[in-house]
Structures are given as structure tokens and as C-alpha cells.
Design a binder for this molecule. Structure first.
Ligand code: NAD
Ligand code: 0WE
Length: 254
């Protein structure tokens, strides 16, 4: 087992389709101890049974748009565990209306919201958890290729993911002297709660399956296994990186 006894705090499980669920079950298979945040009371009812199923230690509320919630989360995890070996950030949000039409029409408020929840939250979480992060700890977040190339309708989320990926490089530099690593996984399109609302998602999926060298969609199990690598000492020399779990899609032009 690659993560025996490691303590992993997971932000971003909504249900069993969540990428964070795929990561959590792969971590569990490799012997990690788990705890889970949930956004609100509606999601608490979903996350608690998932925590039980995966043998997790505890759950706690955290809306990452609140500095107080982030501070309380770090305090609670410190009381329960003392230290954390792996921090998983699998959170993103933009207003639905900003994921269609022209990027040009993004409002100041819409831009702020997407960047706050999808990018700044990684910085806020890292700062709050910094005193708890064990030497050799690994921070992992989730990104998408829409940060690098225009993908129709991804719009302000593409800008937020570009900010997230740049944040990974700066955070990796800040934490490096303590032996703490920070990386992003860039996953291919997966049907989850966050992508189910996207009207042309099946078109994106079909295009992806045709063009990706491996000719299939990415699964949450694929992402979970990539996260195990980034959480484990197998990736001891890897930090500030964006690791593509995309069946090779990014490497092809057509
Ligand atoms: P998901 O809906 O299962 O997960 C998104 C999570 O974000 C949910 O658990 C939700 O509760 C949480 N969240 C939203 N606003 C929050 C807030 N203010 N505070 C705390 N939590 C909040 O969808 P997913 O597809 O598993 O998304 C997880 C991550 O993976 C996101 O960063 C997403 O951008 C990224 N990603 C998704 C895909 C895809 O195709 N599904 C591809 C690449 C990257
Ligand atoms: O990062 C994402 C999705 C993030 C997301 C999804 C929603 C839907 C519901 C953020 N905010 C919201 N807000 C909502 O109200 N992905 C990588 C999945 C995704 O989203 C797309 C995609 C893909 C792929 C949007 C347009 C085009 C492609």
C-alpha cells in the first residue's frame, strides 16, 4: 500500500460521481486515513454516508468562499489529527450563465466569484493548513485544459483554472523548503455534478473519445490513481506541476 497511515483531508466530494470520490476511494485502497468537508447541509447528507463507506474519520462544513470556514476547518482537523499529509482541493464554481455565450459578457461579479471559489480558495486553504502540513506533505488540486486553450463555453472557468495553475507554481515555491509539494491534475472531461449542467457535454465527450490517443473517456478511477502517485513518495521530485490525466488528448492537434 502506497499511502499506509497517511492522513488526507478531502475538499470537494458532492456524491459518488465526484472526482474527489474517485480520489478518496483510491486513497482508501492504499491505506490512507480520510476526512471530508461538505459545502452545506444538503451535501452533509450525501457526504456523511460516503465518509462511513470509505472508513473516513470525520466530516466538517466548509464553504471555501469564507475565511472563517477555512480557519475553522483547519482548527478542527488540527484537533482531530494534529497533522495532515495530503490536502485535496477538488472545488470549482462559476455562475451557470457564465458557462455559455460570449466570455466577453462576463461581469465583474461573475469573474470575482469564479476566481474566488475556484482559484483563491487553494491559496486560502494552503495558508490555513500550512501549520498542520507534515514534512513531505502533498497538496493536490484539479484543473482542466480550458486553462491553456479556448474551449467553447468554459469561458471564465478557463481563466480561473489558469490562475489556479499559476498559483500551484507559486505555492510550490513557498512550501518547497519545508519539503511540501503542490501539484495539479488536469483531467479530461468526466460526467459529474459539475459537468452535468453543461448542455454540449456529450459533444465534448464524443470529440474527446475520437481524438484522445487512448480513444476512451477518463474515469474518476483514473484520476484517483494519478492522485495516489502525487500523494505518495513515488512523486518526491515532482512539484509545481500540472500532470495530465487526459488519455493523451492534449498531445494531439486533430
Ligand atoms: P463535483 O460537482 O462533484 O465537485 C465540485 C465540488 O465543489 C462539489 O463537491 C461542491 O460542493 C464543491 N463546491 C462548490 N462551491 C464550493 C464552495 N463555495 N465551497 C466548498 N465547496 C464548493 O464535480 P467534479 O467534476 O468532481 O469537480 C471537481 C473538480 O474537478 C473541480 O475543480 C473541477 O473544475 C475539476 N475538473 C472537472 C472535470 C470534469 O470534466 N468533471 C475535468 C477537469 C477538472
Ligand atoms: O471545471 C469544470 C466544471 C466547473 C463548473 C461547473 C458548473 C456547472 C453548474 C463550475 N461551475 C458550475 N456552475 C454551475 O452552476 N469542468 C472541467 C467540467 C466542464 O465544464 C464545462 C466544460 C467541462 C468539461 C463547461 C463548458 C464546456 C466544457
Amino acid at each position: 500500500m502506497l499511502l499506509e497511515g497517511k492522513k488526507a483531508a478531502i475538499f470537494g466530494v458532492a456524491n459518488k460521481h465526484s472526482i474527489a470520490y474517485g480520489i478518496s476511494s483510491a486513497f482508501r485502497r492504499e491505506g490512507a486515513k480520510l476526512c471530508f468537508s461538505y459545502l452545506n447541509d444538503a451535501l452533509k447528507k450525501r457526504v456523511e454516508p460516503i465518509c462511513a463507506e470509505l472508513g473516513g474519520d470525520f466530516t466538517f462544513p466548509c464553504d471555501v468562499s469564507s475565511d472563517d470556514d477555512i480557519a475553522r476547518s483547519a482548527e478542527l482537523v488540527r484537533e482531530q489529527w494534529g497533522q495532515v499529509d495530503v490536502l485535496v482541493h477538488s472545488v470549482a464554481f462559476a455562475a451557470r450563465d457564465d458557462l455559455k455565450g460570449r466570455f466577453l459578457d462576463t461581469s465583474r461579479e461573475g469573474f470575482k466569484l469564479a476566481l474566488d471559489i475556484s482559484a483563491y480558495s487553494l491559496v486560502g486553504l494552503c495558508r490555513a493548513f500550512a501549520p498542520l502540513l507534515a514534512p513531505g506533505a502533498s497538496v493536490i488540486c484539479m484543473t482542466y485544459y480550458g486553462s491553456q486553450k479556448m474551449i467553447p463555453n468554459y469561458n471564465v472557468m478557463g481563466v480561473a483554472k489558469a490562475a489556479l495553475e499559476a498559483s500551484v507554481r507559486y505555492l510550490a515555491t513557498d512550501f518547497g523548503p519545508e519539503g511540501i509539494r503542490v501539484n495539479a491534475i488536469s483531467a479530461g472531461p468526466i460526467r459529474t455534478l459539475a459537468s452535468s449542467g453543461i448542455s454540449d457535454f456529450h459533444q465534448i465527450g464524443n470529440m474527446f473519445e475520437q481524438r484522445a490517443p487512448l480513444r476512451r473517456l477518463v474515469t474518476i478511477e483514473d484520476v484517483g490513481n494519478t492522485a495516489v502517485y502525487l500523494a505518495s513518495p513515488l512523486s518526491a521530485a515532482v512539484t509545481g506541476e500540472v500532470v495530465y490525466a487526459d488519455n493523451g488528448f492534449r498531445t494531439t492537434a486533430l
